[in-house]
Design a protein. Structure first.
Length: 508
């Protein structure tokens, strides 16, 4: 709850946490109008033969709060004018969080409409301006967080108007001593339903558990990087002529990621790689998924250059064929990087598909191969490429991650790998080869803005493609009184996610 100021009138207010009385000399808030009243507008249709009318629609209009103020200066006109100009500067604020002294537990979102020109003959005057709230409702300063119990939320809501909640589902990841995941929280589907019948669905309700289908997946790599001791440093994978493998990696055991603590030296891109081979590969379809950070989105990263590569190979007694790869490459002074896709070749020239994304920690990225098709998912975008038939028959049995620095330029602030997962599938199976939600994933559902995020906590990359087309976004609300919201997961999920609901109370 915001702090009150007993020496100020109840109509005084803070704008983004600042009191006008504290920053504008000689300013006093006197009164407000329309702060507590919000009249509903009704649309009526008269019937020719019936008494009265038929209500066809109702709505709450924009809230306009009129503020009366006093501005005085005992000395020179210049002193008064300086205060007035400072007031005008503060009133050039839009979509501000405004908390009134008389209601410290609530806020509105408002923009100011400045008054007309001042009468220059007065040194002390009263005036008026407006706070226009395009969103007419008041919101609780406190955000309420409720954990699910037995996959449901049952609670009483004492706001005076409906509220759109946010849900967060944290799929647990249990690590052994080597940092490998042992949890069984894989899930293909998350559903939500209110007692009034509004429904939200994410993922595929018909998703099958890979332990029960005819062609099960095997997972030779399921790694969170508490360390990288079981991986080969700077192996002999084929990265291309401009990528030299040199330097070393280190592990951050607190946040579970590996990073290059030395890039070594080179004339173009140079840096360390880590790789892992698996001898039990017997399937020709596969999915490689990983989470990484590349830069941090700050101004300082504009001067940094480097690359990150994820590469999947067929390794036949040391002869390597690149089946699929994804590269982040930053070569310009900006906060963005380019993404390059590889399919069946170590050069991106013929298969390059670049997009621009902000350098930051992103949601899970993946490279998936089914038959001759390689599908890339990165930063909320996807692309596909085709392998020739000879390469489509090769087994994937090695994965490489490479961290690069460009020449002697400053390296990226962050070039981290948080987790990697490799799944292999039957060549003959052409169904959906992924469980949407994996251990370590965090699903965030924002019903107010109809936004979905799937990542490791960085809710900046939308994943709206996993939401059902018929989701009841507008009707999925909590209402004054008793509420019941039920969560549902895939039948094969043995460890359900830790689920919480967050909301603010809404008032008229």
């Amino acid at each position: 709850m915001a702090k009150t100021r007993p020496e100020l009138p109840q109509s005084a207010f803070t704008v983004n946490g600042v009191w006008f009385e504290d920053i504008i000399p000689h300013y006093h808030t006197l009164n407000t109008v329309n702060r507590n009243l919000l009249e509903k507008q009704l649309t009526l249709r008269e019937a020719n033969t019936a008494d009265g009318a038929v209500l066809t629609n109702s709505r709450y209009p924009v809230r306009e709060i009129e503020v009366e103020y006093l501005l005085e200066a005992d000395g020179y006109w210049e002193e008064f004018q300086d205060s007035y100009q400072l007031l005008m500067e503060q009133l050039n604020t839009q979509n501000a969080v405004i908390v009134f002294n008389g209601e410290p537990d609530k806020y509105v979102i408002g923009s100011f409409v400045a008054p007309s020109q001042i009468d220059q003959e007065q040194h002390t005057r009263t005036g008026k301006y407006k706070i226009v709230c395009a969103d007419p409702f008041k919101y609780s300063v406190n955000e309420y967080i409720v954990a699910a119990s037995s996959n449901q939320w049952s609670f009483n809501y004492d706001g005076t108007y409906k509220s759109h909640p946010t849900f967060v589902f944290d799929f647990p990841k249990t690590l052994d001593a080597n940092g490998d995941n042992t949890a069984t929280s894989e899930c293909g589907y998350v559903g939500l339903a209110t007692q009034s019948g509004a429904v939200l669905q994410f993922g595929d309700p018909d998703e099958k558990d890979w332990g029960t289908v005819t062609a099960p997946a095997i997972k030779p790599i399921d790694k969170t990087f508490k360390n990288a001791n079981s991986w080969t440093l700077n192996g002999s994978a084929t990265l291309g002529a401009n990528y030299v493998q040199t330097g070393t990696v280190a592990a951050n055991s607190t946040d579970n990621y590996v990073y290059p603590n030395s890039y070594g030296s080179g004339t173009e891109y140079h840096g360390p790689s880590i790789s892992k081979t698996f001898t039990n590969a017997s399937y020709k379809n596969w999915k490689c998924s990983f989470k990484q950070a590349f830069g941090d989105g700050t101004d300082s990263v504009k001067q940094k250059y480097g690359c990150f590569l994820a590469l999947v190979y067929n390794n036949n007694s040391g002869t390597r064929t690149l089946l699929g790869g994804l590269e982040l490459r930053k070569t310009a002074k900006s906060k963005s990087t380019s993404v390059y896709y590889y399919a069946g070749s170590t050069t991106a020239l013929n298969s390059k598909k670049a997009i621009s994304v902000e350098c930051k920690k992103l949601a899970t990225s993946s490279i998936t191969k089914q038959g001759q098709t390689v599908t890339f998912n990165f930063g909320g975008k996807s692309a596909t490429a085709q392998l020739d038939s000879t390469k489509a028959d090769l087994l994937a049995n090695e994965v490489v991650f490479y961290f690069g620095q460009k020449k002697t330029s400053a390296a990226m602030n962050k070039n981290y790998l948080y987790s990697a997962r490799m799944e292999l599938f039957s060549y003959d199976y052409y169904g959906n080869i992924e469980n949407v939600f994996m251990p370590g994933d965090i699903l965030t559902v924002d019903t107010q803005n109809a936004e979905i995020y799937l990542d490791g906590g960085d809710s900046t990359t939308p994943a709206n493609n996993i939401g059902a087309l018929g989701n009841d976004w507008e009707d999925f609300v909590i209402v004054p009184g008793t509420n019941l919201i039920q969560a549902d997961y895939s039948d094969f999920t043995t460890v359900p996610p830790d689920a919480i609901m967050k909301y603010r109370k809404v008032y008229l």
